[in-house]
Design a protein around this ligand. Structure first.
Ligand SMILES: Cc1cc2nc3c(=O)[nH]c(=O)nc-3n(C[C@H](O)[C@H](O)[C@H](O)COP(=O)(O)OP(=O)(O)OC[C@H]3O[C@@H](n4cnc5c(N)ncnc54)[C@H](O)[C@@H]3O)c2cc1C
Length: 337
């Protein structure tokens, strides 16, 4: 039985920074993410420009995320992707986190599960996996010179179409609602970019090729039927959030509004040794931002290091003076000079 110092559940910004900071504190770390990729909610807005991360120039979220992931992997933590943790229990001094893939043993646990596991609501006629149907937006370069259909509900559909119209060959919107709630300025931009909007319409039929890709879509409204050739289809119907873990957990974790963990700025919860960081935690000083997640992670890792070893330093040595970077700094200086 391999016992880790810390097992981090959730690979969003909070969990990834906790993995980095735990490495800085020379802890043995495992990070478990339910999705097949890291990034958490940042995967929902890769094309957006993020301005509010201290010291960073305005950056595309996908680029910032790439850096956050790389930083999270600096000290080679053990990685488990595509593994949803469904329960945690404690036997003597060891936590056991369980999924349908197995068991993980750890002296401490960090819950960095954000708003729970989110999964996109699927369009009924696309229930099976199709190669060119997407529920999150990839980096804009993926759509360059392609014919895109965006469908779903709400302003996000229009927002996505507007972002893609700058790079795509053709963008078409199909929505069942009207356009009344869409800001006039956004509609004006879409008209200028020659985006076709079919409102009060639904996707009624998809023609497939042998590679499990949709090649055309039939769109029906009360008045007419139209057919659109497509390269990629984007669906935005909103997201379901899954809190199975909090519901199943036998440990006395205190929750707020049944969806958040009642915790402290140093990450401690009602269960000694089990910590919570990022968007899942609620307390008066909580900041639901990427930088808030980073601060939670650093505070918590310092706290849990002392939980494991009460004689350990209270905080990590600052990175500029931390000897764990000695060898890597030589390489970085060589590159910079
Ligand atoms: C549209 C949008 C725009 C935003 N814009 C900004 C911005 O401009 N600037 C800013 O600072 N912040 C922004 N935010 C907020 C920021 O993205 C969040 O504060 C941040 O992602 C929180 O990180 P987290 O790691 O706590 O949670 P999340 O990012 O939600 O990550 C949690 C991870 O845990 C995983 N997980 C959950 N349950 C389990 C389980 N049982 N087992 C395994 N894994 C599990 C999830 O799959 C997910 O990957 C934005 C958020 C949204 C939604």
């Amino acid at each position: 039985m391999e016992i880790f110092d810390v097992t981090i559940i959730g690979g969003g910004p909070a969990g990834l920074y906790a993995a980095f900071y735990s490495g800085l504190r020379e802890l043995k770390v495992k990070i478990i993410e339910g999705q097949p990729y890291f990034g958490g909610k940042m995967q929902l807005y890769p094309d957006k420009v993020v301005w509010d991360v201290g010291g960073q120039p305005p950056t595309l979220a996908c680029k910032l995320l790439d850096q956050i992931i790389r930083q999270g992997l600096t000290f080679n933590p053990t990685l488990c992707l595509n593994e949803k943790i469904t329960s945690i229990e404690k036997q003597e001094d060891v936590f056991i986190a369980r999924s349908d893939k197995g068991e993980h043993f750890s002296k401490t646990i960090i819950l960095a599960i954000g708003g729970g596991m989110f999964s996109p609501q699927r369009l009924t006629i696309f229930e099976n996996h199709l190669e060119n149907v997407h529920y999150t937006l990839k980096a804009p370069s993926f759509y360059k010179d392609k014919r895109i259909t965006v469908s779903g509900k709400g302003i996000s559909v229009f927002d996505w179409a507007n972002a893609l119209a700058d790079v795509a060959q053709k963008v078409t919107i199909i929505i069942s609602e009207g356009q009344e709630k869409i800001p006039a300025e956004l509609l004006k931009q879409l008209t200028e970019k020659a985006v076709d909007i079919f409102d009060h319409s639904t996707i009624a039929h998809a023609e497939m090729n042998d590679n499990n890709r949709i090649i055309s879509l039939r769109c029906d409204s009360k008045e007419k039927s139209t057919t659109h050739q497509v390269d990629e289809v984007l669906i935005n119907l909103g997201y379901d959030r899954d809190f199975t873990l909090l519901r199943n957990c036998q440990l006395p974790i205190q929750t707020v509004e049944n969806s958040y963990i009642d915790g402290q700025p140093n990450g401690t919860t009602s269960v000694p040794g089990l910590f919570a960081i990022g968007d899942i935690i609620k307390h008066n000083a909580k900041l639901n931002l990427i930088t808030g997640a980073f601060q939670d992670a650093a505070n918590t890792v310092n706290e849990l290091t002392q939980f494991i070893d009460p004689k350990a330093r209270k905080t990590a040595m600052v990175s500029t003076h931390n000897t764990v970077f000695k060898e890597r700094n030589k390489e970085i200086r060589r590159k910079l000079n």
